[in-house]
Design a protein around this ligand. Sequence first.
Ligand SMILES: *Cc1c(COP(=O)(O)O)cnc(C)c1O
Length: 438
Amino acid sequence: MTDDPRRLVPRTDALLAEPPVAAAALRLGRDLVKAAVQAAQQRVRDGELPPDGVVDAVLASLPQRPSSLRPVLNATGVVVHTNLGRAPLSAAAVEAVVAAAGTTDVELDLATGRRGPRGEGALAAVREAVPAAEAALVVNNCAAALALVATALGQGRELVLARGELVEIGDGFRIPDLLVATGARLREVGTTNRVTLDDYRDALHEETGAVLKVHPSNFVVRGFTRAVPVAELAVALAGSGVPLVADIGSGLLRPHPALPDEPDLQTTLTAGADLVLASGDKLLGGPQAGLVLGRADLVKRLRRHPLYRAFRVDKTTLAALEATLRGPQPPVLRMLAADAAGLRARAEALAARLAAEGVDAAAVASGARVGGGGAPEQPLPSAALALPATFAEPLRLGTPPVVGYLADDRTLLDLRSLPPSDDDALAAAVLDVARRCT
Ligand SMILES: *Cc1c(COP(=O)(O)O)cnc(C)c1O
């Protein structure tokens, strides 16, 4: 039976030794490549594939990259898009992550050969970026910072919080639920729209663990409203021994001219907060992280708490954070700073380029947003490339995927959330869709 297809199936070890297959095994892992080889061999046995097509079939079936996460072009106009990974890292931060990814001196003092303070460079960069902070701590995210603070200061005690600041951040994450889950009791003060200094004063007693202020980062309350600023609360709490903790959310280091209502780390500490908490991957523009800045004795208490170990960050996060703070302006801040005329010029150049290839494309004015729980009402004038509505899905499914949005029966690709260096890739992706789908 010389025509038995099983005799013609190339052997597994011979296939794995083929140079391109061996190279793929080094890059992607032997098990994955072997499974692809076996699947291709089966196709030969089933008569679906000629024996000399096995190597090509194996290579074609392998994933392009070692992880399922794919780089995406963010044309949503939402600068900090949580579903797209929030802040894109700066080139400096990416370089730092790659350098730290292997074996690194994250916790070893090379001068003495002894154990050193973990992530000292990143902590020093945080303190330098926010001079009002006596001390700093970095944890996994702002939620972890809240959990650590609530546990260390509030467990078995009361945390005082205004009713208007019982915030849901997104995807069902509710700050009051997190606080209560730590074993702290919540003492809600004021009403949905109004809270006064006396409301806070009346709530204090010997079981008060801390007074917490949470920035309502994704909504605004308008009309008959009143809140108590950090500075007033700080004066009222002075000498009481009750720490004032402010969760500002988005992590601006200093006031931002384009975002007048967004709190920042330096100003909040100067106003008298004992601790300030913020995310690393929103307007700070860095990796996912939670920053805790403020009084040295409180930061020390948090660092000594057993739960800190469960929240501490990886070497690559420390590397990215330090490079974000010390390096060039991160992409998020450059996107915020982009002027509308420049965005319009980019949209017009792209539209002209695509129209010349026969694509139904136009430059239009659009409205971008900060996103990621920051400056919810702050309009960011922007410009977009308008395409037929039918382009949205194939653009999202292309390589690289392009995510825009639909408005007025058009697909809009907003340019504020996309670095200018990606304009060529965007044009290529649109042309590809035009060729495939029209
Ligand atoms: C976004 C946000 C958080 C949660 O931050 P993560 O870093 O995503 O954990 C907490 N508090 C406020 C006010 C926020 O805006």
